[in-house]
Design a protein around this ligand. Structure first.
Ligand SMILES: O=P(O)(O)O[C@H]1O[C@H](CO)[C@@H](O)[C@H]1O
Ligand SMILES: O=c1cc[nH]c(=O)[nH]1
Length: 320
């Protein structure tokens, strides 16, 4: 696999990444520290306009997900779960000025939306990772809380990803850099996945599995649906593809996990992907469950992650 830094540049990494005993975010960019100011344009934050260490230095968990409403709901849920003293009204969207992503800080938890698809999450991650770097945050796990299409499992099941794979079932993310394609690895942190899985063991109301997650570039043609505007394959061919995916260990399909896994891995962030499945793709293409069912499904990964956060903070007996 190609490195993202030329060999001659690897010694230019900042000392800030290597404090003994703490795992700091690695920003692999030799130019960043010499910049007079770093404007995080899509987050409406910057190193001159905001005191990032003061605002974000105490962040201990980062949770991301596609929808702004889901991430706001998660923030409000965590506010309740952590029993924080400040009022719900104080929870404001930190990125409101940029009108691209939303971000809420609830004590040590940061909840951020990333939109749909690889380009949208990638822009957010570049700025989020720099934000954590400037804030000198350490030991911060990052978890994607998503929705997905399940393969061969009951709708409403939660999948914790061990490896994100592309449309060819390969554990890689192909990043175009100028006119080169660079392959980046996409495995996720095994220990974090297991910790999240074990947190959910006692919640027996719905199944949780660990499996591979396939990340596609779109919702329709890339995911083998027959209900798109342009369809160039037969029902049999589409179903055969999904069955081959199942046989390769893939249990769900979504649209961000490969770039998420690759970028977090390269920047020293322990990452996990926890997605609920909204349908079983071996049975149907359209998401037609009632709204309240879908809302309840989306809460399932949040429940697990809240358990995980409370366990890590030593709050389980107090609040569960
Ligand atoms: O629910 P989120 O987090 O957006 O994730 C999934 O849902 C979207 C498609 O409906 C894609 O972004 C896919 O990855
Ligand atoms: O089928 C689905 C459902 C949610 N998200 C996806 O990317 N695919």
């Amino acid at each position: 696999m190609a490195s993202i830094l030329p060999a001659s540049n690897t010694s230019m990494r900042s000392d800030r990444n290597t404090y003994v005993g703490k795992s700091f975010v690695h920003v692999k960019n030799p130019y960043l520290d010499s910049m007079d100011e770093d404007v995080l344009y899509h987050l409406d934050l910057g190193t001159k306009t905001h005191n990032l260490p003061e605002m974000f230095g105490d962040v201990k968990f980062v949770c991301v997900g596609g929808s702004p409403n889901r991430m706001k709901a998660f923030a409000l849920f965590m506010h309740k779960e952590l029993r924080l003293a400040d009022s719900e009204e104080d929870i404001k969207d930190i990125c409101a000025g940029a009108d691209r992503y939303c971000m809420y800080k609830i004590g040590p938890v940061l909840s951020i939306s990333h939109g749909m698809g690889i380009p949208a999450i990638s822009i957010m991650l570049h700025e989020l990772i720099k934000l954590l770097y400037h804030a000198r945050s350490s030991d911060v796990p990052i978890i994607r809380i998503g929705t997905s299409g399940g393969i061969g499992i009951a709708p409403g099941s939660v999948v914790i990803t061990d490896e994100a794979v592309d449309s060819f079932f390969k554990p890689r993310f192909e990043q175009a850099i100028l006119d080169n394609i660079v392959n980046r690895r996409t495995e996720l942190d095994k220990e974090l996945a297991e910790e999240l899985f074990n947190c959910s063991k006692e919640i027996s109301t719905f199944p949780t599995v660990i499996g591979h997650t396939m990340c596609t570039y779109d919702f329709y043609e890339g995911q083998g649906r027959l209900d798109e505007a342009l369809c160039s394959f037969s029902r049999e061919k589409g179903l055969d593809y999904l069955k081959r995916a199942y046989n390769a260990g893939i249990r769900n399909i979504e649209m961000e996990s490969t770039v998420f896994a690759a970028m977090c891995r390269l920047c020293g962030l322990k990452a996990a992907v926890v997605c609920v499945t909204l349908l079983n793709r071996l049975e149907c293409d359209q998401i037609n469950s009632p709204h309240d069912v879908l809302v309840e499904y989306q809460k399932r990964p949040q429940l697990r992650i809240s358990k995980f956060i409370k366990q890590r903070l030593g709050l389980c007996d107090q609040t569960s």
